[in-house]
Design a binder for this molecule. Sequence first.
Ligand code: SF4
Length: 416
Amino acid sequence: MRFVLRTHGCRANQYDSEAVRSMMLASGATEVATAEDADVAIFNSCSVTAAAEAELRKDVRRAARANPLVRTIVMGCAPGLAARDENINPLRTLPTVTESVAGADLELIASAVGLSRDASRSRRGVQTGARGLLRIQDGCDEHCTFCATTLARGSNRSRPMAEIIGEAESLADIHPEIVLTGIHIGSYGLDIGSSLSSLVEALIARVSTVRFRLSSLEATEVDARLRDLFADGSRLVPYLHAPLQSGSDRVLKRMGRSWYTAGEYESSIGHIISQRSVFGLGADVICGFPGETEEDHRETIALIERLPFTSLHVFPYSPRPGAASVRLPRPVGSSEIQRRCAELRELGRLKSAAYRATRVGGRADVVATAAGEGLSEDYLSVVIQVPGIRRRDRFAATLAEWQGMLTATPIATLSA
Ligand code: SF4
């Protein structure tokens, strides 16, 4: 069987796709690059915005035009969301789609592509990326009013710690960095009597050769143990992507993000970073949420100016079917949304550039992610100009500036 695999969306989806790829390859199937050459096409879908879902549907139609005989399976968030709302065009109406599987249940995907359910247990430990992805939980117990993901993925479900550690050990044989991911990793363990910090401590103790990175984590869910691990920075990299969404308490309330205020977010970040000069800090911000005033927008700008962000993901508000926010009054006009997004993106660009400038002349822990490219511990992309560095090599480096880019010159290997 020849298969093509396309992934839309977040790291959790990328992990699921790696698991599907691993299952297919372990079952003797061959991965091909295009639908033309495939018997089966698997699309891992994202529903976080209307644009993401439209991109998926366009991709499926494109594959169907290229090969009308291909059997297409759609997995991920779109099937979960479509199953909840009859107003959404069922994915099965798309050309060549024979199955849609909500989430990433490998047994269901195995039978959808025509493999035995046992195939879902045959996995290989290596992933295609330079860094290893490791999903630790699925779903979310929160109900942000704009969010489709919680609708599509259901409640929080943590993977058993022993299973995660076992998978991390095999990933560590190949990958110098492991990224812990999920839908809401801060809720890891709440359903099994554990916690994210306990898991990270256990991983650091049991898997000694790699550095660990947390994907997106709420600032107020970083407890004292995690703060200490961040402070050490050798095994848990000094990087946090903490969704902010808005700097206005009024808007946070309308978003249903009641577990923090802008002030609590700010003080949490202050405790986590606490004068560290090397720390990557990113955030998601939604622009133009229904009812957002210019004053709310200014509060968001002011908060971001006060905090040491090194990267900013700015999203225009996107009404999602089934999400409570679609019923909220006072929508913001699209040109106003675009203006606010542009202002925030420019602020993000300036803060990133200012932080990069502070790193020139400094030291970094770099993983080579591709030929001539690398990623530092604080999530800076660097250029590697010296020969002989292979993908997945990890090394200590000095940083310099060259034609507006950061270059990393190795001074010692950190690879196991
Ligand atoms: S925390 Fe909110 S935005 Fe994040 S997955 Fe849960 S409901 Fe969605």
